[in-house]
Design a protein around this ligand. Structure first.
Ligand code: ZN
Length: 113
């Protein structure tokens, strides 16, 4: 599949998994904090923003955890919001999605479709 975009977007398995993870965390946060069953407007915006940051991450599949990254690509207010989400949803992730929380290591030998 060839796609012409201004910049090559990341779509490797690692990035995709992190995108799923961040969406789940925002979802938990919104449900518990904002009492929305789906994303509220603010969280939807954050969700789109966070997924875009991952798509555009310059390290791609070699990225480290965002918290450890030397490049802070988030804008200040989004950064604060995602920090709150991580802090809040982190413990819930262990409860709801323990496998994803632990399996934060790239799986070798899994070819792309
Ligand atoms: Zn919300």
């Amino acid at each position: 599949m060839t796609r012409e975009v201004k910049r090559q977007l990341n779509e490797g398995p690692r990035i995709r998994r992190e995108q799923e993870l961040v969406s789940k965390m925002i979802h938990i946060y919104c449900r518990k904090k904002h009492h929305h069953t789906a994303f509220c407007e603010e969280c939807q915006e954050l969700n789109v923003y966070a997924r875009n940051r991952l798509s555009l991450c310059r390290f791609g599949e070699d990225k480290t955890a965002c918290a450890k990254c030397p490049i802070h690509c988030y804008k200040q207010d989004y950064r604060q919001k995602i920090k709150d989400v991580m802090r809040y949803s982190g413990p819930w992730m262990l409860l709801y999605h323990p496998i994803e929380s632990i399996r934060h290591i790239p799986m070798p030998g899994k070819g792309r479709k």
